[in-house]
Ligand binder design. Structure first.
Ligand SMILES: [Zn+2]
Length: 524
């Protein structure tokens, strides 16, 4: 399983058509490929990669078969005072919190490597490593530093080119050596039965220099080159005929029109940013806000423990904080806000309603809609409706296929996939309620649809660029997929699929059954 971080499908296949990715082209021609593989919500590195690797989505991980990672940053409200999870930052007891992710996935799902069962397993620079026998770099400190180092050192454009080549080469060289000298890495002298690879250089370069930069394109050419080396070596070692190589990305990308400042939100509302040590009396936590903002608010029902953050009721949010402000109105005052999603009071993991709002760009009028959900696991279905029949929240009514599903009936994820894969916010009627079922998710989510980005993590503005990837537009959510290698793999184009289909396809090729939590289906 090879994840190239931050690659938009249209960019990838354009480079193939131009003849610039010859190795990927050969794999594409000799295997399964799709130009429309839909990722998870939000289209951000760790939640999407967790879904790819487990073949399932997030949800109420305590009660359901699903994984427990809703976003890159979230608030752990089950402790009082709550803790702040940030997979990119140091924790109190760890070098960086990213190592919590394997445990955060929960016990109600399995990773691809756990599903493959007996045999050796290898994870090369991939942090989601449950079920692995060998991890490169060999210890957590080194792996943490590796990622941090790349992000820091590549800011220097001259140095970036050499570093990206080195980082890509290491990924492939390490895996080849796993096959050549298994005894050195594993207890038994058998090559790995399953391996995870993560090329992170593409994401680092995209954020720093943009998807349209020379360096970003050059880097994809280089990843093609090193993958060519891997294929050649596997062939010479006699393993290629028995190997399936899946190549995909975790999210695409976009460039925001402007970078916004969140600080006026605090002064206008009188709310203060919660921090477990620096401001324990804070009443708001903006877990993350690029083009998509995830807001936590302290509810009024603390059950006698002042440090406890209950979920606020809708009534709480309509008269919130010292100024008794209406949160739903205030969030639309944040420059660029166009969409809003929040829970109905009393939702459970079995049944509930998510409220939707959309601000019309011309009239400034706010329209409402809703997603209702019921059932768990494979029975999960959702119903989507809007008050304005001619101009709904996600713009589905203007499409012949998608509009057919707005009729008062409940639909499954694959029905939504068939009807919306070609549209902005594809799959959102299914993905949004799954996200809100996770108790780690926030109270209110807004989206600027990329018009403005804020670069905020846990309430604090960060330095950042206009290039990112969290919104629901096609360029941000549609990924390439190739599954190829062994001549046993059929040659076919799949018109559309979802990222959770990859793991069950690979597991089925091994003649095994995917874990019962898996939502994706076998593409063969
Ligand atoms: Zn990513």
């Amino acid at each position: 399983m090879c994840i190239i971080d931050d690659v938009r499908s249209s960019h990838f296949f354009d480079l193939i058509e131009k003849g610039l990715l010859p190795n990927f082209k050969r794999l594409m021609q000799n295997g399964i490929f799709s130009k429309t593989c839909v990722t998870d919500f939000p289209s951000v590195t760790y939640p999407t990669q967790c879904s790819i690797i487990t073949g399932t989505y997030t949800g109420d991980y305590r009660h359901e078969l699903c994984h427990g990672v809703p976003s890159y940053h979230w608030m752990g409200r089950y402790l009082a005072p709550p803790f702040l999870r940030n997979y990119g930052a140091p924790g109190s007891d760890e070098l960086i919190q990213i190592y919590k992710m394997n445990a955060d996935l929960g016990e109600n799902c399995q990773t691809l490597l756990e599903m493959t069962g007996e045999g050796n397993h290898s994870s090369i620079t991939q942090f989601i490593s449950r079920g692995t026998d060998y991890i490169y770099p060999e210890n957590k400190v080194k792996l943490g530093l590796y990622y941090e180092f790349l992000q820091f050192a590549m800011r220097n454009k001259k140095r970036a080119k050499g570093l990206m080549a080195l980082a890509n080469t290491i990924v492939v060289r390490k895996l080849i050596d796993n096959f050549k000298r298994p005894k050195k890495y594993f207890k038994s002298n058998e090559p790995p039965i399953g391996s995870n690879l993560w090329f992170m250089t593409s994401d680092v370069i995209m954020h720093l220099f943009g998807y349209d930069s020379y360096l970003y394109k050059l880097n994809l050419l280089h990843i093609d080159k090193v993958m060519g080396i891997l294929i050649k070596e596997l062939d010479e070692l006699g393993y290629l005929a028995d190997t399936a190589i899946a190549i995909t990305a975790d999210h695409g990308n976009y460039k925001a029109k402007s970078i916004g400042n969140i600080l006026p939100f605090y002064s206008r509302t009188g709310l203060t940013n919660y921090h477990p040590k620096k401001n324990v009396n804070g009443n708001v936590n903006i877990a993350e806000f690029g083009g998509v903002g995830m807001f936590n608010f302290k509810g009024s029902n603390d059950a006698g423990n002042e440090a406890y953050w209950s979920r606020p009721s809708i009534t709480d949010l309509e008269k919130f904080g010292p100024k008794k402000i209406n949160i739903f109105e205030e969030l639309f005052k944040i420059k660029g806000t166009r969409l809003m999603y929040y829970r109905e009071d009393g939702n459970t993991y079995k049944k509930g309603t998510i409220h939707l709002k959309r601000k019309d760009q011309k009239s400034g009028k706010i329209f409402s809609g809703k997603i209702e959900y019921k059932g768990i696991g494979k029975e999960f279905k959702t119903r989507y409706a809007s008050e304005n029949d001619e101009n709904d929240i996600f713009g589905f009514v203007r499409d012949d296929n998608a509009s057919k599903l707005i009729n008062g009936n409940f639909y499954s994820i694959d029905e939504w996939l068939d009807a919306t894969h070609h549209l902005d916010h594809a799959l959102y009627p299914d993905l949004i309620p799954r996200h809100f079922k996770n108790p780690r998710s926030s109270d209110v989510i807004i989206s600027t649809k990329g018009s403005v980005i804020y670069n905020v993590t846990h309430g604090k503005p960060q330095s950042g660029h206009a290039f990112t990837h969290d919104i629901g537009l096609q360029e941000s959510i549609i990924l390439p997929l190739i599954i190829s290698g062994s001549p046993e793999i059929p040659q076919k184009e799949i018109s559309h699929c979802k990222t959770t289909d990859i793991t069950p396809t690979l597991i089925s090729m091994l003649g095994k059954k995917p874990h019962e939590s898996v939502v994706g289906k076998n593409l063969i």
